[in-house]
Ligand binder design. Sequence first.
Ligand SMILES: [Zn+2]
Ligand SMILES: [Zn+2]
Length: 432
Amino acid sequence: MMVCCAHLSAPFSATITSRYRISLANNSSFDSKVYFTLTSPSRSKYNQAELKKKKRNRNFAIFSNFSVAVPSDDFVVVNFYRFVFIENPHAEVAKHLSFLKGLDIHGRIYLNEQGINAQFSGPSKDALAYVEWLREDFRFSDVLVQVSPANNEHAFPKLKLRYKPSLVQLEGSISHLPLLNPSMRATPLTPFEWRKRLEAVHEIVGMSNSAIGSNYVLLDVRNGYEWDIGHFVGAQRPDTDCFRSTSCGLSNREVVASDPLANADKNTTNIFMYCTGGIRCDVYSTILREQGFKNLYTLMGGVSHYLNEEGPREWIGNLFVFDDRLSLPPSAYKPDTDSKATAIVGKPQQGPKNYSFANCFICGSHVHELRHRNCANLDCNLLFLCCMNCVKDLRGCCCLKCKTAPRLRPVLPGNQRYKKWHTYQNWKCKAS
Ligand SMILES: [Zn+2]
Ligand SMILES: [Zn+2]
């Protein structure tokens, strides 16, 4: 059994689900577990005729390959990754740094011999300039780039662009994995194919508990706290609050009850894996492939790409993102989402009414805002789901003890992340 990651304050408990801890004091702890962020373009914001018009207009940044037109000063978050051999990653880092000089880009861009993993924010014109520059390189010319709105400010505190030994944080590192060999990864399904598969399975399982149910596993390859605010219908909550210690499917001898792959047949079980943007599935499917699992499928571009293409069908809740925005509703990805899309005949009802999975960390009641908040006690900083009554009672803290802590920050009105401590230094704590 692998250990859970050190940033958690206490072992995971079945009733206390919606939390994890971040350190804002220097952001290092937050960064250390910010593994993957992929969000998606608000593609349907403009129709094609409007797009053409805007292409002639310098005030719009046109992400042409994916039909996104955003006012050039509007902030966006951009995500992409690519596993590809980079012969001299340090020189590549220098090249990227040099290009980004003068552009207003914040975020995490990591490179090594296995490729690139990037999440960043900036005015859309700067973000677009970087993407276009990257795509001039044949190794990245067809990279799936995802864009989402960023509340007119940076979603990351600063730019970190550097060589990183592991593009994805996983225990034991990933540098030894054959990630550059696509046949070692799961078979990617387009969002449309993914939806069709899920619908077919849910239909059959809904009618009778037939064999297909046991021959199929929908695997959420994320952290438990991400599942807590949104997931695909039928996906089990990951038994970990840290993907890096994920061990499902790896229990060769002892059968672990919480392992969704414990009873899977390596030759016949169809395993459908998904994560936020796809990179975690690419990595983890390679590990499962090495373990002998044959029928592995992954959602291409992850949930963010899916919500953008298919809307929230088969999906419940919001999508957790690893930046200051914390989470985004499906409508951020597909603004013209048809409400009928969430009510599929014969399926569990999806959408804002079904919150049985989203409970307040303190009192257990359903929360209506599917967004974590972090504890007002700077020295705790736990990220947790909280109802508004408990926010009021505990002054934005996660527990009574934190409520009397010395370094308390003011209660945030909504579910936002606190900024750095110096922002609140002149604020006088009125805690009673
Ligand atoms: Zn509560
Ligand atoms: Zn706390």
